[in-house]
Design a protein around this ligand. Structure first.
Ligand code: F6P
Length: 323
């Protein structure tokens, strides 16, 4: 098999805190091991628009502590087409990019699978605040997002308590409830609504509020995962059915920003180094993963076919202390 000389690196999909730390680890470890590195800007779009530049050790200085991604990111419609993917391969060939390291989520890894079929060697690094990559217990960005959401919900709790109101707060997570269940437990929410468990608003929220109101509770915090529904709709229903003054708060994209936590920086470094090691070992078309405390990897096909379930223990805890 041909020797790899040049590695391309890109970030794709929604950004997450720790993406920069992962880029840094990839670049530093690639150069340390004698590879040349090219940065590709704006995700896969950069391969369609030739937005590519040479990277060196200094290209990644002063980014380890910064949120966002120095390579910018995108979800590319053009790249999803056969034509776009062929063009991306031609670009890799023209720039002498022998292998790609893609930092992102499931959608980004489907891009890797398409390129791998066309002969580009790919490695995926799981990085999304949603923590919804099945092959990995943990995705870079999750810890920071949890702490950001927790801090904001704590602030919301203050004003909810002063006004003796109900607050319905919507957190991100796409189709998964990892952010909701963890922040709900951490902030002592009365109800935590997640897509993994069928929700009956009357039974799980309205009745719960009425019951605890009767027992003397004066303020109420409901954490809802965006995959369940809109905070605004739930807040209106709560107000209408309980008569309690209710407000909706959507935390939104602020959850994706900010300086990455220690955990996100360290996991990013471990995964970035492992991704380069895989290329050195000629172990191509893999997704890096964290299993327990161990960094490992799976074939892209296997990784995309896997299913992930929310830890039943965590759901049990949430039921006891909140739901
Ligand atoms: O995947 C990360 C994420 O922030 C999800 O939690 C959310 O559903 C989505 O991206 C939002 O995407 P966009 O940035 O396109 O609004």
């Amino acid at each position: 098999m041909e020797e790899i000389k040049t590695i391309g690196v890109l970030t794709s999909g929604g950004d997450a805190p720790g993406m920069n730390a992962a880029i840094r680890a990839v670049v530093r470890s690639a150069i340390f091991n004698g590879f040349a590195v090219k940065g590709i800007r704006h995700g896969y779009n950069g391969l369609l628009t030739d937005d590519i530049f040479d990277m060196n050790l200094r290209s990644v200085s002063e980014i380890i502590h910064r949120g966002g991604t120095m390579l910018f990111t995108a979800r590319s419609d053009e790249f999803m087409t056969d034509k776009g993917q062929k063009k991306a391969v031609e670009t890799c060939n023209r720039y002498g990019i022998d292998a790609l390291i893609v930092i992102g989520g499931d959608g980004s890894f489907r891009g890797c699978r398409a390129l791998a079929k066309l002969g580009i060697k790919c490695i995926g690094i799981p990085c999304t605040i949603d923590n919804d990559i099945a092959c990995s217990d943990y995705t870079i960005g999750f810890d920071t997002a949890l702490n950001t959401a927790m801090e904001m919900i704590d602030k919301l709790r203050d004003t909810t308590q002063s006004h003796e109101r109900c607050s319905v707060v919507e957190v991100m997570g796409r189709h998964a409830g990892y952010i909701a269940v963890n922040t709900g437990i951490a902030t002592g929410a009365l109800c935590i609504l997640i897509p993994e468990i069928p929700v009956d608003i009357d039974r799980d929220v309205i009745e719960r509020i009425k019951e605890t109101h009767k027992e003397g509770k004066k303020n109420f915090l409901i954490v809802v995962a965006e995959g369940v529904g809109k905070a605004l709709d739930i807040a209106e229903e709560v107000q209408q059915k309980t008569g309690i003054d209710t407000r909706a708060t959507v935390l939104g994209h602020v959850q994706r920003g900010g300086s990455p936590s220690l955990r996100d920086r360290v996991v990013a470094a471990q995964m970035g180094v492992h991704a380069v090691e895989l290329l050195q070992l000629k172990n191509y078309n893999r997704v890096v993963a964290l299993r327990g405390e161990k960094i490992t990897d799976y074939s892209i096909e296997e990784a995309l076919a896997m299913k992930k379930e929310l830890d039943p223990m965590l759901i049990g805890v949430a039921k006891v202390v909140s739901i």
